[in-house]
Design a protein around this ligand. Structure first.
Ligand SMILES: [Zn+2]
Length: 309
């Protein structure tokens, strides 16, 4: 693991100062990519660190310091970008926390509050990190496993800092023993690794919202988006599905009465409802895949872990 007081090409003198109980490299976290400290950057970083103090205090180890926090959007495929449209920016918000040990991804809501969803990768499991883009910056990570992921919506200053920090941290960690090989989701309660599509924590038994609930809830307007905590999308989905149902009912009545052309709204309504259902599934399966915890624990599992915690 790289040292917390590692120096970079900017030449700034390392300065580790506690903020909200978290060790922060002030010379990087509050500075631009050239190492010059700026009041606006300090104010924004302070605000982000205050909101994320709880998970950071829990996750970070004694010899670990936060180098910087960068607002970004989680990786999204082309179909998701198309169906989320302008909402994409708001439903994929995250903060990338760069430390000397790892890259931590904390999902946030549009107000900047942590959604209790987190992923992480130790630098030793990152083979390459590349920044790109002009107006909206990208961070492309290639993991030891060969998998690639691209974060987007990164501002110019954060992109510049990631360009300086990431390759150096990867280099410093190159000789360490490999971990899981790529970024993985972690339990917000016990910090253990979670397995894709398994919606309870094998370590502490914490139960997460699950895919099975999405398949039936998506048939009822708004219900699946309410389940995953997206009220605005719930309203839009509700309007779309309700319109589809209305057309189907109107068409069905017309067909029953023998009205000419009544099959048209029946078919149109079925198509609208079907497309809306598929989009609803796509969006909400993505959301539950981020691991949204419930308040419940699996019976008899992890009781010892919780008692010890
Ligand atoms: Zn757990």
């Amino acid at each position: 693991m790289a040292r917390a007081d590692l120096t970079f090409s900017t030449g700034a003198t390392p300065r580790i100062v506690p903020h909200s109980g978290v060790a922060i490299r002030e010379d990087i976290a509050f500075a631009n990519a050239k190492g010059n400290e700026k009041r606006a950057i300090r104010k924004a970083a302070d605000n982000t660190l205050r909101k994320l103090a709880e998970p950071l205090r829990k996750v970070l180890q004694r010899d670990e310091a936060v180098f910087c926090v960068c607002h970004a959007r989680t990786p999204m495929n082309l179909l998701e970008q198309y169906t989320f449209r302008s909402a994409a920016y708001f439903v994929a918000g995250c903060v990338l926390v760069v430390t000397n040990k790892r890259l931590l991804q904390l999902r946030i809501d549009p107000k900047g509050e942590w959604t209790k969803s987190m992923r992480e990768v130790p630098w030793t499991d990152v083979r390459q990190a590349r920044t790109s883009g002009w107006l909206g910056g990208f961070l492309t990570l290639e993991y030891r496993s060969g998998k690639k992921e691209r974060y987007w919506g990164i501002n110019g200053n954060d992109k510049g800092r990631l360009k300086v920090l990431a390759p150096r941290l990867i280099e410093e960690s190159r000789t360490e023993a490999p971990g899981a090989g790529e970024m993985y989701a972690a339990c917000p309660e016990c910090l253990g690794a979670l397995q894709a599509h398994v919606y309870d924590c094998p370590q502490c038994g914490l139960i997460f919202k699950n895919e099975g609930e999405i398949y039936w809830r998506a048939l009822i307007p708004s219900l699946s988006y309410m389940y995953t905590g997206h009220p605005v999308l719930a309203v839009l989905d509700g309007l779309g599905e309700a319109y589809g149902v209305f057309l189907m009912l109107a068409g069905a009545v017309g067909v029953a009465q023998g009205t000419q052309g009544a099959a048209v709204p029946l078919v149109a309504g079925a198509i609208i409802f079907g497309v809306d259902y598929l989009i609803c599934l796509q969006h909400n399966l993505r959301f539950v895949g981020e691991f949204l915890p419930t308040d419940e624990h699996r019976a008899n599992v992890g009781a010892g872990v919780r008692a010890a915690a």
